[in-house]
Design a protein around this ligand. Structure first.
Ligand code: PSV
Ligand code: MN
Length: 428
């Protein structure tokens, strides 16, 4: 089942008149700040974020999982759900697969189906943080960092297998998050385990197709509660720098210790030429995997502010991979993803309406108050008509969540997919 364009247009009708008024008002407002509404809209239209295959089923914690109706039962149905997000937002045309959670039996068949749905494939994610059925050796004490060379080789082989699948799908990057670490002091040799990870990654990197990138994803804790081998952006950067030009760092917004200045981490990685991409989500406490922009929207804006600033300086070469990485425990996953893509479009729009020339002058003159105001002026601007107009021009929805509800897609798939809900593996 697909949401037809006419359906989206019908839903848009309800708010089209108000939208036009809002556009007019914002156009005048921005013109007063020497900003061109048209130009900003066209830039927002270029924004693209990948949807992870693991986010379409209801997530859960180790305490329980409460499945919703009509959850996708296999990777093909996940693609259908992702195409809904894509069609309504016009900003999510690619899928980020987790292998083996969503390993296709037939890569070509998946490529063909994705093509029919207007989708492509972004970075593939490997998984050596769980033991899979039939696996020879256990990852209980680590994978790429394991003390036993045979376990490391098995984990390396898995990553090469993931690259091979990705190659067939048309992906151009692999994201490696490894949960390796220790739960108690003394359990592992802190230096040697890191050195073993680097050596394992070097082997994987040496097999990376020419046009591919390798992204290293850090995380401070969980499941390793005492020490994680790649625990912070410094460790991730050391790896990326040691590996070579095609290796860079992935910043998952939830993977920072409390109060970390994430926009500054982003700025540092840009300076190092090693900002590879993002896993967008939000967090109140730790790696909460909440809806993007739902807890710290100002931080999200400040991150986009760095991205827009860098793009202006570095040009087309600056192209981080944007992905969402969320767990939807009590929301309808499709709705949460729609909300997230809209939050990202809005954050990007806010960053685009920063008066950069003035900001720079104020910074240069140490006018603290006015420099901050240059940011808050943009942040407090109601940019929603800009992002809505960008979606509208692409054939998407003014209000994607409303259009989704109007379409009654969830009710339809609840009927079609009634024969046994797909149970995703427990995610971390
Ligand atoms: C780990 O917390 C993570 O952020 C990694 O990106 C995983 O691939 C993903 O979540 C799913 O568990
Ligand atoms: Mn992640």
């Amino acid at each position: 089942m697909m949401i037809e364009s006419e359906r989206i247009q019908q839903s848009n009708q309800a708010s089209l008149a108000t939208h036009r008024e809002d556009v007019e008002h914002l156009t005048t407002q921005l013109a007063g700040r020497k900003l061109d509404f048209e130009q900003v809209v066209e830039q927002i239209r270029t924004f693209e974020v990948a949807i992870p295959s693991w986010s379409l089923g209801t997530g859960g914690t180790r305490f329980g999982r409460f499945p919703g109706l009509g959850e996708p039962r296999d990777v093909y149905e996940k693609l259908e759900d992702i195409s809904v997000v894509s069609r309504l937002t016009r900003g999510a045309p690619r899928v980020s697969l987790h292998i083996p959670w969503d390993e296709p039996d037939d890569a070509q068949a998946l490529v063909d189906r994705a093509g029919e749905l207007g989708l492509g494939f972004d970075a593939v994610n490997s998984n050596t943080f769980q033991d899979q059925a039939g696996q020879a050796l256990s990852y209980k004490f680590g994978s790429l960092s394991h003390t036993d060379a045979a376990v490391r080789e098995q984990a390396i082989a898995h990553n090469l297998h993931v690259i091979e699948i990705g190659r067939r799908l048309g992906s151009k990057a692999i994201t490696i998050w490894l949960a390796d670490g220790s739960n108690y002091p003394g359990q592992t040799h802190l230096r040697h385990s890191f050195e073993r990870v680097l050596a394992s990654l070097q082997t994987i990197y040496s097999h990376l197709p020419e046009s591919w990138r390798l992204l290293t994803e850090h995380k401070p804790y969980e499941p390793a509660f005492y020490s994680t081998v790649v625990q912070d952006w410094g460790s991730s950067l050391m790896l990326a720098q040691a590996l070579g030009e095609r290796a860079s760092c992935l910043v998952d917004l939830g993977h920072h210790l409390p109060n970390t200045n994430v926009e500054m981490v982003v700025a540092r990685l840009i300076t190092a030429g090693k900002l590879g991409g993002f896993h967008f989500n939000d967090a109140k406490y730790g790696d909460d995997d909440l809806t993007t922009g739902s807890i710290r929207p100002y931080q999200l804006f400040l991150i986009f502010n760095e991205l827009v600033d860098a793009k202006l300086e570095l040009g087309a070469d600056f192209k981080p991979a944007y992905m969402i990485d969320q767990s939807h425990n009590v929301k309808d996953p499709i709705e949460a993803l729609l909300q997230s893509v809209v939050a990202l479009q809005n954050a990007y729009a806010r960053a685009l309406v920063v008066d950069r020339a003035r900001l720079s002058e104020f910074q240069q003159a140490n006018d603290v108050m006015m420099a901050e105001r240059a940011l808050t002026e943009a942040y407090e601007t109601d940019v929603r008509p800009l992002a809505a107009e960008a979606r509208l021009r692409g054939g998407g929805a003014l209000d994607p969540v409303r259009a989704f509800r109007d379409s009654r897609y969830r009710e339809a798939v609840a009927r079609d997919r009634a024969s046994g809900a797909y149970v995703p593996p427990q995610s971390l």
